[in-house]
Write a protein that binds this ligand. Structure first.
Ligand SMILES: O=C1O[C@H](COP(=O)(O)O)[C@@H](O)[C@H](O)[C@H]1O
Length: 250
């Protein structure tokens, strides 16, 4: 395969497969720039929710290298994270720090519109951090995210909602404290399913053969004990953006 291949799975979920991880990252960046321009043309401001993980950060290197990025008014972009590892600001294991290092920090964003999850240096507990993050989202009047970008773990988790973990099914909240995460670090803050679903478009971004089973389960709509990804749909569109290895189980 040398070019992208597109198909629609049962349930209206769209699947786009690119040959390799770099092509995938570049294609997501191009798609993102277009989505931001579109959202700004329609509503003035674009609301994006970002993800951690290696591809979730690579995307920002691709955006920084994409010529069309200069067409975007980055001061009218509001950034959020679907989850964050509960670590001090600047910790290299934080999702926002990894996104910044990959290229996010090179964009002319308005720092007041970059909504970072407070860590132990700025909140007394994971619960307090989750409450503060949820409140800042409510106060911003964010409404729906234009694009929710979600990485998917080999265990089917999205954000920090792990299949079978008690925090996975948290309801009536925007954000939840996660303890004893199966993937380190143990303490995290995550948006709930309810909040993740308040997105016009949800993009699952996945590369690598170790994710093939998680992708197959997510696309097939497996239950919550198997796949957190399968529990999240966009209000208007749900896209799985994959490299060929991640698509190996479809
Ligand atoms: O810990 C996390 O993992 C997932 C997926 O990461 P990956 O390296 O397996 O791609 C990520 O989406 C999530 O935001 C992050 O906190």
């Amino acid at each position: 395969m040398t070019t992208a291949h597109e198909s629609t799975a049962p349930g209206g979920v769209e699947v786009v497969v690119h040959p390799g991880k770099q092509q995938l990252s570049d294609a997501i960046a191009a798609r993102l720039v277009t989505a931001v321009l579109d959202a700004q043309a329609r509503r003035g401001v674009a609301h994006l929710s970002l993800t951690g993980g290696s591809l979730g950060s690579d995307i920002w290197g691709s955006v920084a290298a994409c010529a069309a990025r200069s067409a975007v008014d980055w001061s009218r972009v509001e950034l959020w994270w679907g989850d964050e590892r509960w670590l001090d600001a600047g910790d290299p294991d934080r999702n926002d720090v990894q996104n910044d290092a990959a290229g996010l920090s090179s964009l002319p964003l308005d720092p007041s519109k970059v909504h970072r999850v407070p860590g132990p240096d700025a909140s007394e507990s994971v619960e307090a951090s989750a409450t503060a993050y949820g409140e800042s989202m409510r106060e911003s009047g964010a409404g729906a995210f234009d694009v929710m970008i979600l990485g998917v773990g080999p265990d089917g988790h999205v954000a920090s909602l792990f299949p079978g973990h008690p925090a996975q099914q948290s309801a009536d909240a925007i954000a939840v404290a996660v303890h004893d995460s199966p993937k380190p670090p143990p303490d995290r803050v995550s948006l709930t399913f309810e909040a993740l679903r308040r997105s016009r478009e949800v993009w699952f971004v996945v590369a690598g053969g170790d994710k093939a089973e998680a992708v197959a389960n997510g696309v097939a709509g497996a239950g919550p004990d198997v796949s957190s990804a399968a529990q999240v749909r966009g209000e208007e569109r749900t896209l799985w953006l994959l490299d060929a290895d991640a698509a190996g189980g479809l």
